[in-house]
Design a protein around this ligand. Sequence first.
Ligand code: NAP
Length: 242
Amino acid sequence: MKDVALVTGSSRGIGAAIAALLARRGYAVCINYLEQREKAEALVAELRKEQCVAMCLQADVADRAQVDTMVRKVEEGLGHISLLVNNAGIARNQQFQDVAPETLQRIFAVNFGGCFHCSQAVIGPMLKAHEGCIINISSIWGSHGASCESVYSSTKHAIIGLTRSLAAEFAPSGIRVNCVAPGVIETDMIQALGNETLEQLRQEMPFRRFGTPEEVAESVWHLAKAEYITGQILTVDGGFLF
Ligand code: NAP
């Protein structure tokens, strides 16, 4: 029997790299998506061709009922979830004074609410099994302020708070909770910044390049296997912020 991993927001970008790496290294993986079904199905097909075990499910992680249904279907299709990677996230580049209440609500509901709902949905069986691993994807903006990303940055700070609190609460039950804080990673998410800003940013990077989704995936793998590490925030930013 393979260990089972659920990776939220894994139809593309960092989540897709995490799901692919976990599947190629032996996990049975559920790929979750919101809208891009074709990308999720294409990744499942690619992984199955390599004899990996993978399935995909649509669910909005901001919606508790959809999360519960997704978790039930993963358990039916693949078995008990031993690794949850809370990766799904959205960002909006806006000046603070322009942020609408609906934007505030939606970004919190997806980024923080998603981590909360998915973690609650898997924790019961993990407690019964007396083992399990949750890895949350925060950001370097979860421990530093980000101009024009006040809401995004606040959600990522909240995710770090949740990580540390759940790590403290569940360590005695054999469950580890950690966090990866990526810097600037080459995905669709950063395209909204525009070419000029991206080029300026690239020049500020110590390695003069952005990170890759695969490099973030390796750090998730490390935390998934590090049996004596919990409550930690692993920054993967190429030395951008110390
Ligand atoms: P991305 O390329 O924009 O991909 C976002 C993924 O999340 C997609 O698979 C999308 O599904 C899914 N998603 C969005 N809303 C969802 C919802 N409500 N329910 C379920 N899935 C949802 O983003 P990314 O750059 O890979 O970022 C992944 C994570 O890393 C996010 O938490 C982000 O904040 C964090 N991060 C990214 C960077 C960076 O520089 N890229 C840096 C630090 C942290 P669909 O494809 O179906 O839309």
